[in-house]
Design a protein around this ligand. Structure first.
Ligand code: VTB
Length: 314
């Protein structure tokens, strides 16, 4: 089974409008307001679509998120049955402080085909397309993974670029990469961008490694599954409470490593509209009564991989 291709344009419109909802708050220093701008707009747009949609990855659990919470039904309740992972504003700091690489994003699969991940941390390692399946492993050392990648890409180790989220928890990864001579592109937030970039011709990034949010890991996996890239992940649970939450979401073995086909099964649609200008795609531009929105629009089974810019009436 596939997702009806007519849905792609509908989801593009969802992220375009949500991105514009956040755009109004660029550089105003208010993360919450920027997030709310995107969330309100995304929910409004989703509920106009003819689908029986359910949110699997959203703004949080029902008791902590009033809108777009996990389990919330969206759409008009007629049409295809779809599971939805979303992040109306990935990079709240970026919008609040007018920094690059913020996106409004959504991933869609058929029922029960997205990993239901808790809002905890997740280890991630991602590489681009045209490489042997399951090439790298989270249990390898940094050196072993870089060696494998260097051989498979036929690229010298010191020509490889790795993207890493700048956090003290990544000290070991960073030191190892430096020792090997790998170039590092640090990001301060927004690791969905870091993962997607392994498949983007405009980016030099060959590998993403490190610990970020689990919901962001699932969204990034959806993008890569359409782009032909690979990701392996494993949850990082800090305490009993997180372990309980993850069990409640159906994760039986919290130490399980998930390869891309275990995170996203079957067909997928992924849309990400840039809000602030980014390295791989331009942000929103305003023109009188219109705005221009650029979106990464992907549909796995239809082999659609495009960046599209639309002029939209406000
Ligand atoms: C991670 C990352 C996200 O926030 O969740 C990060 O996956 C939060 O990490 O892309 P810390 O707790 O270390 O700050 C993002 O960067 C979203 O902005």
């Amino acid at each position: 089974m596939s997702i009806d291709p007519a849905y792609l344009n509908k989801f593009i419109e969802v992220t375009e409008r949500a991105a514009f909802g956040a755009y109004r708050h660029i550089g105003k220093g208010d993360k919450k307001l920027a997030d709310k701008g995107a969330v309100d707009e995304m929910r409004y747009q989703l509920n106009k679509i003819d689908m029986i949609g359910q949110i699997v990855i959203g703004e949080g659990e029902m008791d902590e998120a009033p809108m777009l919470y996990i389990g919330e039904k969206v759409g008009t309740n007629k049409g295809q049955v779809l599971d939805i992972a979303l992040d109306p504003l990935e990079g709240t700091n970026f919008v609040a402080n007018n920094l690059p690489n913020s996106f409004s994003m959504i991933a869609v699969t058929e029922k029960n085909n997205i990993l239901s991940a808790p809002d905890t941390y997740m280890e991630k390692i991602a590489i681009g397309s045209n490489l042997p399946n399951n090439l790298l492993d989270l249990d390898n050392t940094v050196g072993e993974n870089i060696e494998l990648l260097s051989k498979a890409m036929n690229k010298k180790k010191n020509d490889i670029t790795a993207c890493v989220l700048k956090r003290p928890r990544h000290e070991n990864i960073i030191n190892e990469l430096k020792k090997i001579g790998v170039k590092i592109e640090f990001i301060t937030d927004g690791d969905v961008y870091g993962v997607m970039a392994v498949c983007d011709e405009k980016s030099p990034i060959d590998i993403y490694m490190g610990i970020g949010g689990a919901p962001e890991g699932v969204l990034a996996a959806a993008a890569l599954s359409c782009l032909g890239g690979q990701i392996q992940t494993r949850l990082v649970l800090k305490n009993e409470e997180e372990a309980k939450r993850s069990l409640k979401m159906g994760i039986k073995d919290p130490k399980q490593k998930y390869n891309i086909n275990e995170i996203i099964k079957g067909d997928a649609i992924f849309c990400a509209t840039a809000i602030t200008d980014g390295k791989i795609i331009n942000g929103i531009k305003e023109e009188n009564d219109y705005f221009l929105a650029s979106t990464y629009a992907l549909h796995k089974n239809k082999k659609i991989k495009k960046k599209i810019t639309n002029k939209i009436k406000k």
